[in-house]
Every structure is written in C-alpha cells, then in structure tokens.
Ligand binder design. Structure first.
Ligand SMILES: *Cc1c(COP(=O)(O)O)cnc(C)c1O
Length: 399
C-alpha cells in the first residue's frame, strides 16, 4: 500500500495534505520519495524558521538527548534557567513559564490573565473577561476554539467556556467599546497569520497599548507564528515599539525539531502562579530547554532577524511586481507574505497544487490566500529560484 493510501486509512482526516510524501529535508530544501526536490516556502507554519536539520540544533539535540532529556519539573536542571534567562532578555520581559505547544502557552496566558484580573484588578469571582479578535487563530483546545469565529473550528465541539468577547481585528474603537470593569486582558495576534497574513493599520498596537494602560487591562500578544524574526523584527510588536504585558511564543522556539513554547510576562503577571497552579509533564524539560536556548542563539548569531527583514523586502517586492490577473492583494512583513487570489477565477488550493508540481511548497489558508513563509535562512538566489516557478504558475493561471 502506498504511503498516502495507508495514511488515509489509519489517520483521522483532520488535515487535507498536499499529495506529496516528503522523505528528507535540509535547510530550505525538501525531497520526496520520488527524489523530487522542493523549495520549502511554508516552514511548517514557522516552526522551521531556522531551516530543516540545522547543524547546531541537531548537535545540541543529540548531545542533550544522550545526557539528560526529561525529568519533569519535580527537579531542577542546569538548562531551564539559562534558556528562560535568554528568553526574557530577547523579549524584554521578566519571567517565563515553559510549555510545549502553542495552544498550551495560550492556555497559560488565559490562566495568568484571569488570575491577575481577580488578584490585582479585583474583578468579581468568575466574571473576568478577555477581549479577542474575529478571525483569530490561537490553537485548537476547546477553550481556544470556543472563542474562534471560524465555524469549522467549532462545529459540534461545544459547550464552550465563557468569558471571551469577539471584536473586529484592527479596530481600536471596537476594543474600547468592549472594555468593561471586568476586562482583564486583550489577547490578539499582532499580525493575523491563519486569517491570511492580515496586517493591522499603522498605529493599531500603539493605540491599543495606550488604551490598555488607561483602563488597567493587560495586553497579551500571541506571537507563536509572528515571533522570533518572522516579520523582520524579533517580535512583530517591535514594529510599533511597544511592550506587551504577556507574550506567547512557540513554533520556531523548538528549532524545527521539537515542540517548545512559553508564556513570557512581567513579574507582576507571572507572580500569579504558585506551586500546583499550573504545569506540564514535558514543559521545560532539559532537552527542550537546550534546544530552545540553541534556537535563540542561532537566530541571534546568524542574524536571522535582519536577514528576514532584508530578504522579506525582496520577496514582497518580487511578488508585488508579478504579472497575474488572479492576484487580489499581496501583503506581509519580513519573510511572511500572503497572496490573496481571486477565487472567482481559481481556488488558492489549486494554485498550491500547481506550485507543488513546479517544486514549491506553500499552503493556502481559508481557500483564498497563498502563504509564503520560507525558513529565515533563505538566500536571494533561492528566492529567485522560487520566484521563477511562482511567476510561471501565476502567469499560467491568467486565462
Ligand atoms: C500555530 C499557532 C498557535 C498554536 O500552536 P500549536 O503549537 O499548533 O498548538 C497559536 N497561536 C498562533 C498565532 C499560531 O500561529
């Protein structure tokens, strides 16, 4: 039985993968079982921002796995301190709580925000509200999909937890109108990834910061996908020079090989956790900490943030000057670009399939937007290689 048939037979169909069976990958290149080579312009939704099989990550991982990997947080290790020290240094925040997946770090942020609301803002018991944005993506737990505005994420998974208010993204006034005395936090993505790389209007985050300060509301940013260099800054919120009260990180933090996430925050916010209040068996284990620390060091020492800004400008310009009548809009920041296609002519998925046939890995989001988010290590020549194929696909779609 071939791989695709077997996978379909035994795997719950919660994804609809492109018809390619990948066998190995190095840097920005992946190879399938037929020996065909692809330029990876998806990087596993930014989890592989450092590129596949980064030699420093592999070395750190192998060394640490053989030495000490999982102990649970019942004991200290030599690695958790240095990892989180580096994390608070690059984020400009004070303390962190390590988890594994993005959704768990979001759950951690929700717990922290609510406790802060009760203990510092004196919100009446069980009345804390968190304001979130329409078209958000924060993961797949039942609490999180409970405040999604996407029907397919929610259908028949209820009943859902209360305490969330949905407002349109990119509109400060809508948030101002939604704030009550029970609001403990605003939780948003600074740029909405799964929604189709939606960049809010200039000044949105700055105004939001001022609004949250005025009403004693926490500003919590989910940078699981936008963080760690993806947008040409360490964090997307730095484009507007603000500091959030809490920051959710994941994906690239695991160096492309292991799930590592964290919720990072101010000392006051993180002080709400005491022994027994939260936990994760694998969160912050020695292997995860070693890989996370190495990932941060690689981003810094290989200047991947600067590279993302420079190569991102180039990629964005190349995509914007592309001749095609199926492109509605090209938008993005750093090496994170969404190309919205005219779905009256062609579906984004069909474009994706055509790109695959031409050797470029991409993925549509919501059937309307093509996402280009290559590893931050990509070179100009590699972008040129990809653009040649992308241009061909988009030009052919002209009739
Ligand atoms: C991917 C993502 C998550 C969820 O991360 P998982 O590791 O899949 O749980 C949360 N927030 C954002 C913005 C994401 O892009």
């Amino acid at each position: 039985m071939d791989c695709i048939t077997l996978e379909k037979k035994v795997t719950a169909a919660n994804y609809d993968p492109l018809p390619v069976v990948l066998r190995d990958a190095k840097g920005v290149w992946a190879t399938d079982t037929q020996g065909r080579r692809y330029l990876d312009m998806m990087s596993a939704y930014s989890a592989v921002s450092l590129g596949h099989a980064h030699p420093r990550i592999l070395k750190a991982m192998a060394e640490q796995a053989a030495k000490l990997a999982v102990t649970s947080r019942a004991y200290h290790t030599e690695l958790l301190g240095p990892f989180l020290e580096k994390l608070v240094q690059v984020t400009g925040l004070d303390m962190a709580l390590p988890m594994n997946t993005g959704a768990e770090a979001v759950e951690t942020a929700i717990k922290a925000a609510r406790r802060w609301g009760y203990r510092f803002k004196k919100v009446p018991k069980d009345r804390a509200e968190i304001i979130v944005a329409e078209d958000n993506f924060h993961g797949r737990t039942t609490t999180i999909v409970g405040f999604s505005s996407d029907a397919s994420y929610r259908e028949d998974f209820g009943p859902f937890a209360g305490g969330f208010k949905l407002v349109p993204f990119g509109n400060v006034q809508a948030i101002a109108d939604a704030i009550t005395e029970n609001t403990c936090a605003v939780l948003i993505e600074p740029i909405q990834g799964e929604a189709g790389i939606v960049v809010p209007p200039e000044g949105y985050l700055r105004e939001l910061r001022a609004l949250c300060d005025r009403y004693n509301v926490l500003l919590i940013l989910d940078e699981v996908q936008s963080g760690l260099g993806r947008t040409g800054r360490w964090f997307a919120h730095q484009h507007e020079d603000i500091r959030p009260d809490g920051l959710i990180l994941g994906k690239a933090l695991g160096g492309g090989v292991y799930p590592v996430s964290a919720f990072v925050g101010t000392r006051e916010l993180m002080s709400v956790f005491d022994p027994g209040s939260h936990g994760s068996t694998f969160g912050g284990n020695a292997l995860a900490a070693r890989i996370g620390l190495e990932a941060l060091a690689v981003i810094e020492e290989e200047r991947l943030v600067e590279r993302s800004a420079e190569m991102g400008d180039y990629l964005l310009a190349r995509l914007r000057e592309m001749r095609s009548n199926i492109v509605k809009e090209v938008r993005g920041r750093g090496l994170w670009v969404g190309v919205e296609v005219d779905t009256s002519v062609v579906s984004a998925r069909a474009v994706c399939d055509a790109l695959l046939a031409h050797g470029v890995l991409s993925k549509d989001t919501h059937g309307t937007v093509l996402r280009f988010a290559p590893p931050l290590t990509i070179s100009r020549e590699e972008i040129d290689w990809g653009m040649e194929r992308i241009e061909r696909v988009f030009a052919r779609a002209i009739h």
